[in-house]
Design a protein around this ligand. Structure first.
Ligand code: ADP
Ligand code: MG
Length: 834
């Protein structure tokens, strides 16, 4: 029997089932193979002999399971050849091995090991079936739910973060700094550790025949429990250094029972959650693919797919989860990315068109003399960028197609005066204008700014106090000398007394207010404009798409100007803001030196606090920003309270400190901000809520704790808080991080002053979620598309425009699946926006 090919194949199949443990036949595979070659009388040039000749002196037994797998694969292939030759002579008595379950696919067969394991499709499973039909344990069902995987469809769309290439296992002695590498090693020890003063992590020592290496996880202390001493694991991660020695950082761990590792070269790595093993997730996804990949409707019309050289849906699901090669995985990813981007582009392009045809906007005009009067009365020269922006806004608003323009410029670049020019045009044309800010204090600030730039006389005596609040009714009448009519401005915020609110609302609806300044309170149903010409939305990243639409609906079809300090890379301009025209204020008013920024490791902390004390003694103010705590707002608030108490007690007992965090009521927050603005406080300790544009020119130092947890754009926003005057400002980035990558990131802050460069950097490194802060992006979570891929985005946009030109409402039957997906995506988006 040992001489028959069928026997050989059965032995090899059994060996595979036994996970390459060399236990398929008594005496071991080496001995069996020796007997086989003798009895089958195969020559040295026979494929089987060739495989055997490549074995090391110790034979199959001496190989690692991963290497054994490759040998078994090759032997199986050779056995098939042999069997085919025999089959020409005789009919086999035994049925051959079961054929692959995968249906043949149209694309070319790739060069890959033939013997991939086939999960058996589960009958009666559909895309909308709950994951439980695939047989996970109950706790695993709960864990799956935690990461948003509830249905079979969700599993299919749970794409791998990346792949391990297990053909590239290295001995520890052969590791090199930098790139990601995989080792297979025995765990010698593992424990949870503290990294620096605050951070928890895990540390392990592992070894193979060639040496040992320290492994460090920043965070994830529970990993230690998974690593049982004496077991073998596969670890894939980057190699950094610690005290000059190599260490592997934050690697992913694979248990060696995972069959996928032995049977495929490229193993998918999925985003998971604590307690949910990669193997479980892999098996479930495999089952989902084998059962249902072919049922997912193809949303890309044939011509679109062919025109852009994209893979079909069913094939793409298979290739993304179980790729034949990295090229195939990439092609699959590209297909999904394109599809996702197409949905987004169809949404934004359509939204833009709907606005433009929704109704004609009032035509606004500002006479040259009035514009000149306005610019001349300003206490400063406009920058070139401001001039250009004003020209663009005035040109847009002098047309009946509603303006939808985004004005972006770094903190302090002077966006408010551009808005003022637009609002002035509305008033001069007998229309109303509105400007909405994210906080009361910002709304008040705008009120004060408008007062001082539209009517310096009115502003002169009282401008330093919040007089318009105390005047009770929130109205002020300004008389710009260059305009024939007075400008009636009203402030509408949540904290106005009910009677005051009603009076302002009344006046707005009767057309007795020319410019309304306010907060979300402006969005209430009871607010109706008599004749709205221009709506300005300040600090857009704090508002959602939805609110933009609500404000727009307050008055027919007004022109809309959106302002943001978040720099927007081109790719985002085509996606999140793809419905807007964009103007960039790429120039700062002269005479404001960049903020001097320093990365401060723990040992230099004292120097930073001493510096703050010195500046406070000179009469300046400072911000202290507490580290980002991801768990929850209440944990974050608690951390801020502790920090505030520590600073008040230990470091600055003699100074006046204030505290600001997200759990405080709106009123408390405003009161603290106001106290800081009025210099009743020296130091403001705050969570990230202070991010948005409050103008406190006297604050010239900002210290950011745990700076490595913030995105660069966000750090830049914080830093902008202190760049408000000609005074030199300082920013200290405190961090006890040990990761070189994090330190490098922070050092970029020291040398880069361009918000754009930092934003690009963030986007590349951390993705749009980080870039905007969670859930602020106004963009659905992208599953595959990367917002750094300008070319693909542009292609998708062209395609979206082409499709909508032909079929504006996606009514054509060939667009049915597309339409369903576009609306599913956008519904999810608009319901998410807070
Ligand atoms: P942001 O773009 O952050 O909203 P602001 O409009 O609040 O900036 O302007 C920041 C400060 O700069 C304000 O005090 C404003 O008066 C001042 N400012 C605006 N434009 C100029 C300019 N061209 N020259 C000097 N100062 C300016
Ligand atoms: Mg501003």
């Amino acid at each position: 029997m040992a001489g028959s090919y069928d026997g050989l194949r059965r032995v090899l199949a059994l060996e595979r089932d036994k996970k390459f443990s060399d236990s398929a036949v008594v005496g071991g595979l080496d001995e069996y193979l020796l007997r086989f070659t003798n009895e089958a009388k195969i020559g040295t040039s026979h494929p089987i002999s060739r495989v055997l000749q490549q074995l090391p002196p110790g034979g199959y037994r001496a190989l690692h399971p991963i290497q054994r797998q490759r040998v078994v694969d090759e032997l199986l292939r050779s056995a098939d050849n042999g069997a085919n030759r025999e089959a020409a002579k005789q009919t086999p008595l035994e049925p051959p091995l079961p054929p692959p379950v995968h249906k043949p696919v149209a694309r070319k067969p790739a060069s890959r090991p033939k013997a991939k394991p086939q999960a058996t499709p589960v009958a009666g499973v559909s895309l909308d079936s709950p994951v439980s039909v695939l047989g996970p344990t109950r706790p695993d069902v709960a864990r799956l739910r935690k990461i948003g995987l509830e249905t079979v469809r969700d599993l299919l769309f749970h794409f791998p973060k990346r792949y391990h290439d297990y053909s590239e296992v290295r001995p520890i002695a052969g590791l090199a700094f930098g790139e990601e590498q995989t080792v297979i090693a025995e765990v010698w020890s593992a424990k949870a550790v503290m990294i620096g003063r605050r951070r928890r992590g895990a540390e392990a020592i592992v070894g193979d025949d060639s040496g040992t290496i320290r492994i460090l996880w920043f965070g994830q202390p529970w990993v230690a429990k998974r690593l049982k001493t004496g077991t073998k694991v596969a670890l894939s991660g980057k190699i950094g250094s610690f005290k000059g020695r190599m260490q592997m950082e934050n690697p992913e761990i694979e248990s060696l029972d995972d069959e996928a590792i032995f049977t495929r070269r490229f193993v998918p790595v999925y985003g998971s959650t604590e307690g949910l093993y990669m193997k479980t997730l892999r098996d479930l996804v495999r089952l989902a693919v084998d059962s249902c990949a072919a049922d997912v409707p193809e949303t890309l019309p044939d011509d679109v797919r062919e025109g852009n050289g994209l893979m079909g849906a069913a094939e793409a699901f298979r290739q993304i989860h179980a790729p034949d090669s990295l090229e195939e995985a990439d092609a699959a990813r590209r297909r999904f990315a394109f599809e996702e981007l197409l949905w987004i582009e169809i949404g934004v392009v359509r939204r833009r068109r709907q606005w433009q045809i929704a109704g004609a906007a009032p035509v606004l005009s500002l006479e040259a003399a009035a514009l000149d009067g306005f610019t001349e009365s300003l206490p400063f020269e406009l920058t070139k960028a401001q001039r250009r922006a004003i020209d663009e806004v005035l040109a847009d608003t002098s047309d009946s197609i509603p303006m939808t323009r985004l004005l972006e410029g770094d903190v302090g670049s002077g966006k408010t005066v551009v808005a003022a020019a637009g609002l002035l045009a509305a008033v001069a044309s007998g229309k109303q204008g509105v400007i909405m800010a994210p906080t009361e204090i910002l709304a008040e600030q705008h009120m004060r700014t408008f007062t001082s730039i539209l009517d310096p006389d009115a502003a002169a005596p009282e401008a330093n106090g919040p007089w318009f609040r105390e005047s009770g009714d929130g109205f002020v009448v300004l008389r710009p000398p260059y305009l024939e009519r007075p400008v009636r401005v009203a402030l509408l915020t949540g904290s106005l007394k009910a009677s005051g609110k009603a009076a302002v609302q009344e006046a707005i609806s009767r057309g007795e207010v020319d410019i309304a300044v306010g907060t979300h309170a402006l969005l209430q149903e009871s607010v109706e404009f008599a004749d709205l010409g221009l709506a300005v939305i300040d600090e857009q990243h704090r508002f959602g798409v939805e609110q933009r639409a609500t404000l727009r609906e307050k008055g027919g079809s007004p022109h809309v100007l959106v302002m943001t300090a978040t720099p927007i890379p081109r790719t985002l301009a085509l996606t999140v803001y793809g419905d807007l025209d964009i103007t960039v204020l790429n120039e700062m008013p002269p005479g404001r030196p960049p903020v001097k920024t320093y990365f401060v490791p723990p040992r230099r902390r004292e120097e930073a606090t001493r510096f703050i004390r010195k500046k406070v003694e000179e009469g300046r103010q400072a911000f202290v920003i507490c580290p980002l705590v991801e768990e929850s707002e209440s944990v974050e608030a608690k951390a801020a309270v502790q920090e505030y108490e520590r600073l008040s007690r230990d470091e600055f007992p003699d100074l006046r400190l204030g505290l600001l965090h997200g759990r405080m009521s709106g009123g408390e927050k405003e009161a603290t901000m106001r106290a800081f603005r009025d210099h009743d406080l020296d130091i403001l300790v705050s969570t990230s809520v202070v991010e948005v544009g409050v103008d406190v020119p006297n604050a010239t130092v900002i210290l950011i704790e745990g700076a490595d947890r913030f995105g660069l754009s966000q750090l830049h926003q914080f830093r902008g808080r202190v760049r408000r005057s000609e005074e030199q400002a300082y920013c200290f980035l405190l961090s006890d991080t040990q990761s070189e990558e994090a330190m490098e990131r922070l050092q970029i802050m020291e040398t880069t002053d361009s918000g754009f460069d930092l934003a690009e950097h963030d986007l590349r490194l951390r993705g749009p979620g980080e870039y905007f802060g969670t859930r602020q992006s106004g963009l659905p979570d992208l599953r595959v598309a990367r917002l750094t891929d300008v070319e693909l985005i542009e292609e998708a946009r062209r395609e979206a425009i082409r499709i909508l030109d032909e079929d504006p409402e996606l009514e054509d039957p060939s667009h049915a699946a597309l339409r369903e997906n576009v609306s599913r995506l956008w519904d999810r988006l608009t319901s998410d926006v807070s």
